[in-house]
Design a protein around this ligand. Structure first.
Ligand code: 8YV
Length: 327
């Protein structure tokens, strides 16, 4: 029997071809939402799902009684009910590693852009306001030699910290569930409590995954602990931060600036003041968005689903306990 796949993120012809060689593929190039009747019907027969950015609910899983595996084209899996998938024996595969360096580049882009006011000053040039040598009013802050506080030191956090320590001579502080002795040796990083990190850091960069424990991890109290000169960078998930508190901290000068790739609501609401604030660099969730990396992520998702539906262990499996090797 030819197994059936539902794919709903933009996939390039080579990736779709690979899937079509093995499966019947129902492809939704621009899926508007999970309520699409054709999508629901396809789910009813699907053994596998390949996609990203759609909230998968237990109710949606009820509509997919034959589902064996999901391959998300993302490293983050906060859109998936992991325990529920495991309970149903459905494998969830993600795409770590292939996006680590690109996402860390985005983190450092935000560190640099916010510190040196690159976007604001590029706009100043574009408007034709550059009529004489710039003065103190346009000066930024140094990055090199400063203290970088990493909230989360997983793969992406470590790659940002490496850029800071080895590329910019920064002192690295980190808060993380477990200690990272190898990174401490490699980068001279020091683990500390979150409150201490917030109080000591010139740059605070968030890279923790979104979980119930990390939701609104950074709020009013935490912004209040940061230096008034602090630059806050978020490349994790918007909901890790209480965005209203962030806006307040930026408006009241409790922190100096922010570089944001992620927001509580994406796409960002037109009403949000954030992109209009001079001390904010706001990007449209581009963490992994390069040609090379998005291709590698799509390929990883394709490889994962091919293996999973073949009864073989996928390369990157989120819910290990759902895995039952054949025989
Ligand atoms: C995704 C991301 O590509 O991998 C993640 O977790 O946040 C991005 O790299 C994004 O979710 C769109 O697919």
């Amino acid at each position: 029997m030819t197994k059936r796949i539902v794919a709903y993120s933009r996939l390039k012809p080579p990736h779709l071809d690979q899937l079509r060689q093995r499966f019947h593929v129902d492809y939704f190039e621009a899926l508007e939402g999970a309520d699409d009747p054709a999508f629901r019907e396809a789910l009813g027969q699907a053994h596998g799902i390949v996609g990203s950015s759609l909230l998968i609910t237990p109710e949606l899983l009820d509509a997919a009684p034959h589902l064996e595996a999901i391959a998300t084209i993302s490293v983050g899996y906060d859109n998936y009910p992991v325990d529920e998938l495991t309970r149903r024996g459905i494998l969830l595969c993600n795409t770590p590693d292939v996006l680590t360096e690109t996402t860390a580049d985005t983190g450092f882009l935000l560190v640099m852009a916010a510190a040196r006011r690159a976007v604001e000053l590029a706009e100043y040039v574009k408007r034709g306001d550059w009529r004489e040598s710039i003065g103190e009013a346009q000066f930024g802050s140094d990055v090199h030699g400063k203290t970088l506080g990493m909230i989360g030191l997983g793969r992406i956090g470590a790659a940002v910290a490496r850029r800071g320590a080895l590329g910019f001579g920064m002192q690295v502080l980190y808060s993380n569930a477990s200690p990272k002795p190898e990174l401490e040796r490699e980068l001279g990083a020091n683990r500390c409590e979150l409150d201490e990190l917030l109080a000591q850091s010139d740059f605070v960069c968030v890279t923790v995954p979104l979980t119930p424990e990390t939701t609104h991890l950074i709020g009013r109290r935490e912004f209040g602990l940061m230096k008034r000169s602090a630059i806050f960078v978020n490349i994790a998930r918007g909901k890790v931060v209480d965005e209203a508190a962030l806006i307040g901290a930026l408006e009241n000068g409790e922190i100096h600036a922010a570089g944001l790739d992620v927001f509580e609501q994406e796409p960002l609401s037109p009403e949000s003041p954030l992109p209009h604030m001079a001390n904010v660099v706001a990007l449209p969730h581009i963490g992994s968005a390069t040609h090379e990396t998005r291709d590698a992520m799509a390929q990883r998702a394709v490889d994962n689903i091919l293996l999973a539906l073949d009864g073989r262990r996928p390369i990157s499996l989120v819910n290990e306990t759902a895995w039952q090797p054949a025989g």
